[in-house]
Design a protein around this ligand. Structure first.
Ligand SMILES: [Mg+2]
Length: 292
């Protein structure tokens, strides 16, 4: 039987992370775990495995680890598996992988059902789930590893409180073939899930070649609370200071550099172009997919 390479982000400094890492190592003799300590290391491990024609590479970590592994696998025949051991695990949730269940995720990998998903470029970065310009990238900037370890998903709310109320940038959003828009911050979805598993982009599909784009006019505390309640009620795109656009590509500019995030990781600043990547990615999913 083929070995299955698992690229593990040892955020295992926490007890929970250590238990997950051990559970992965104990799964099967087929599992070969390598630790990566940076985005670049994870990307390179994945790219090298693909160059050796490994059929499957598994990312064990959060959305950041998945993002690094995707950057290494894009354009190759290697299929991605995921052990969701991070803070948010949005992409794994989007795929319907069992949460907190390493053995369940292993059964999905072992069964070999897969689907093809879109990848999008964002400047020099690539993403599969979400991207953002402005507010949410600033929130990520503010959220330390220490705070994530202590407070989990709540850590992002705490950072959001401190970022909200700051001076909002004036972004220009230029969807391909559409009207130019202005806003304080932009959220972009390939998948539907965002934040601590909010279904922000209700009609998103990660295999339709399109991005869902929400442009928010303001970012005062009161606005962020309004937007969050709009999101939780499933009607944010109907709010009068929120614009919803579907497009396959867009550009975001500002008079000053504003941070950009892809899959929850900081990735440069404006100006930034979002567009379909040349290659798609095959991912292992529960049942109903095609066999690898
Ligand atoms: Mg889509």
């Amino acid at each position: 039987m083929d070995k299955v390479l698992v690229i593990l982000n040892p955020s295992a400094r926490s007890a929970k992370g250590k238990r997950a890492a051990q559970a992965i190592r104990d799964l099967s003799q087929r599992v070969e775990v390598v630790e990566s300590h940076s985005f670049e290391e994870a990307r390179k491990l994945a790219a090298d495995a693909a160059a050796r024609a490994c059929p499957v590479v598994v990312a064990a970590g959060g959305d950041g680890t998945v993002n690094a592994v995707i950057a290494g696998l894009a354009g190759t025949a290697t299929v991605l598996g995921v052990f969701p051991t991070g803070t948010m695990n949005l992409f794994a949730r989007e795929l319907g992988l069992p949460m907190g269940d390493i053995e369940g995720c292993w059964r999905v990998i072992d069964a070999g059902h897969s689907k093809e998903v879109d990848l999008f470029e964002a400047g020099d970065g690539i993403f599969v789930q979400i991207a953002g310009v402005g507010f949410d990238a600033q929130v990520i900037e503010e959220t330390s590893w220490e705070r994530k370890r202590k407070f989990g998903p709540l850590s992002y709310f705490m950072s959001a409180l401190s970022v909200a109320g700051g001076k909002a940038p004036k972004l220009r959003v230029l969807p391909e073939g559409g009207e130019a828009l202005e806003g304080a911050f932009v959220l972009i979805g390939n998948g539907s899930l965002y934040g601590p598993a909010f279904r922000v982009f209700r009609d998103a599909a990660n295999d339709d070649g399109m991005l869902e784009v929400l442009v928010f006019a303001k970012q005062r505390h009161i606005d962020i609370i309004r937007y969050l309640s709009g999101i939780s009620l499933g009607k944010v795109e109907k709010m009068k200071d929120v614009t919803y656009v579907r497009t396959s590509a867009l550009r975001v500019e500002c008079d000053k550099p504003v941070p950009v995030e892809v899959d929850g990781e900081l990735s440069g600043t404006t100006p930034v172009e979002f567009k379909p990547a040349a290659q798609r990615l095959r991912v292992l999913v529960p049942e109903s997919g095609e066999s690898v």
